[in-house]
Design a protein around this ligand. Sequence first.
Ligand SMILES: *Cc1c(COP(=O)(O)O)cnc(C)c1O
Ligand SMILES: [Zn+2]
Length: 462
Amino acid sequence: MKVATHHLRCTECATVIGKDEVSSNFRCPLCNGLYEVVYPWTNATAGPESRLPNPSALRWLWQERRSSSMAIDQSGVWRFRDLLPIVDDLEKVVTLREGNTPFYDLPRCAKAAGIDWLLAKHQGMNPTGSFKDTGMTAALSVAAQRGFEWVACASTGNTSAAMAAYAARAGLRSIVFIPEGKIAWGKLSQSMDYGALTIQLKTDFDGCVKILGELVKQFPIYLLNSVNPYRLEGQKTPAFELVEQMEWQVPEHVIVPGGNLANSSALAKGFAEMHELGLIPRIPKISIIQAEGANPLYRSLQENGGEQLTPVVANTRATAIRIGNPASWRKAVNALQTTGGWCEQVSEQEIALAKAEIGAEGVGCEPASAVTLAGLKKLVAQGKITAEERVVLILTGHTLKDSAYTIEYHRNELFSDAEKAELSVSEQSRHAALRKPPIVLEADPGLVLRTLESHMNQPQPA
Ligand SMILES: *Cc1c(COP(=O)(O)O)cnc(C)c1O
Ligand SMILES: [Zn+2]
């Protein structure tokens, strides 16, 4: 493996800097823009000097590495390391064997959405239960290589879980800033379990980001929020895996949830690089779905075509995307424009229904991930996606991350009466058919039998 050769390019003013010249907040000093990692072969105007790796050799190598016993080969991020040469010393790579996540078909969800077939790339099947692991292995390896002792992030929960785990593996110390009272217990428990210094601030996610921004200017702490461009290098690899799992075919659409809005652009970068290298013949449309209560990107596109973004006070039960002032919104606008995808918003009830439908397929996901199916239904209803097109949902987090949400949903305690009253009769019956609340009974065989009989006579939801 040759020495890391990469630069950082400002995604707004296009200024290119050396990898060691970046400031601690990962912002361009000229325009405050965010950086992306560029390689000699990125946007190469052809020519042998661009040193493009050979596509069929790469495909073979990536597959071959899966049968190796080396940790970096078993990782679904680092087996693609040829396209992310960001660490000089591969011994320093911090991995939990992330990636290599399953690809499921969802026939009943496809039917509910009105399309022929639907696939899900389940990033919740990563070691700490969310796609954040793919980014964390990359950025934390860079932190370890650069000799940092402390790392930190502000998080709605999953970033902190991932950071705490990878920092612990590397023997680094980590500080987590999370909004008090607005994160799922599963996620909070992880950062404690993995030994992070966990600070709950009496503010929202956006407030946590502000405090951390001040901190990294004063102390030698490595910032691991998604403004860190190395995270996105790891988060682009599910795009590689996804087409590999489709035998190098390209789906028409990929749908992702949008929170801080970095993941959408990471996937777009992955597809663009594969296209550049001749690994795929075209790029899928990437669409981004937000919750109605946390929809700054959706509003920006409606109001001014994505020229400006006005922060909102975010409110949704899908806590992973409860973000009102997303850092990477310009990158997301760019991803939508270059791939031709759309941005939609979905209601709390639409999210809950979609989550129950994904659960009922035996797959399951956390609430934020379910916006993808809810958004798909809207895009199909608007005629933007047709029945025969192949769609891949990126399920970002595991169902066990937020079991309280699931239990409240099934007990019919998630929504207020006012919210329930907004549902149509057919929506209500759809929810009722999916809800599976636990049934509490006396330990009496006759009673158990009669109860089971009454349930066996009920039809299954289609
Ligand atoms: C972080 C996260 C998101 C949002 O990703 P962004 O890159 O912030 O847009 C969505 N779903 C889950 C489960 C997450 O953890
Ligand atoms: Zn700039």
